[in-house]
Design a protein around this ligand. Structure first.
Ligand code: PEP
Length: 260
């Protein structure tokens, strides 16, 4: 049986935001989150140019920050890329890797996602490794095969100690930005499967946080977070509205409160 783990809620701003609106959002979220119970972790992954702003406005708050992608290289002639150690310079602690938008629009392979995960870990950051199936894959009954392969590619490159430092986000592609979330039963079933794959890597890996992402909103967050293998959420659209993001954090805190 799964044991209760602390909840983690992370916002993925994608390519949204400008200095003025970011300041309002970050300050509101930092202030609102300070009132929530302790056994809840909150993060935001901002566009890289705004890392310094996140650092200056979030330092000292309970919110950690990070980026949405990193280079597969540590430095060198890779025009336009941002390396994981550069992100560390801004006090960040998180980096999303393998988001479905990068897999689809930037043709990132499972192999590349695995290498990026290694770079993130080497830099001392926590990678949030995204996996998820398309609607066609789900309808073909291939969900477990797809997400299992995506996860296994990453795990194969990591030691047990490093694998225990990752966070995994299950994000069904058909639920991202569509307003159509997976049901809590659908999400829990995939999370339980992913948990078993993590456990197969080693006992220390079984308890890595497993986030659900895909149209999480204040209305459906608590029901999702109540599932035994859903340890929180990766939140896209709703992370751009302070009230919605805080309501989702509050839903996670409520579940922790009951469980605690
Ligand atoms: C995401 O892009 O990681 C995401 C979960 O988006 P949304 O919440 O908007 O579906």
């Amino acid at each position: 049986m799964s044991k209760q783990r602390a909840k983690l809620v992370v916002g993925n701003w994608k390519m949204h935001g400008r200095l003025a609106e970011n300041a309002t959002l970050l300050q509101a979220v930092a202030q609102g989150a300070s009132a929530l119970p302790g056994d809840l972790r909150v993060g935001v992954c901002v566009p890289s140019p705004y890392l310094a702003q996140a650092q200056s406005l979030l330092a000292g708050s309970r919110i950690v920050w990070g980026v949405q992608d990193v280079s597969a290289f540590t430095h060198g002639a890779y025009t336009g890329e941002v390396a994981a150690p550069m992100v560390v310079d801004f006090g960040a602690s998180l980096a999303i890797v393998g988001h479905s938008e990068r897999r689809a629009y930037h043709r990132e392979s499972a192999e590349l996602v695995a290498v990026k995960t290694q770079r993130v870990l080497e830099a001392g950051l926590t990678p949030i490794v995204c996996v998820g199936e398309t609607l066609e894959e789900r309808e073909a009954g291939a969900t477990e095969q797809v997400v299992g392969t995506q996860l296994d590619e990453v795990l194969a490159k990591l030691s047990v100690q490093d694998a225990a430092r990752i966070v995994v986000a299950y994000e069904p592609v058909w639920a991202i930005g569509t307003g159509k979330s997976a049901t809590s039963e659908q999400a829990q079933a995939v999370h339980a499967f992913l948990r078993s794959r993590l456990a197969a890597k080693g006992a220390e890996v079984a308890d890595v946080p497993l986030l659900y992402g895909g149209s999480v909103k204040p209305e459906n967050a608590e029901e999702l977070f109540r599932q035994p293998d859903i340890d929180g959420g990766l939140i896209g659209g709703a992370s751009l509205k302070d009230q919605d993001f805080l309501a989702i954090c509050k839903a996670a805190a409520a579940v922790v409160g009951v469980a605690g």
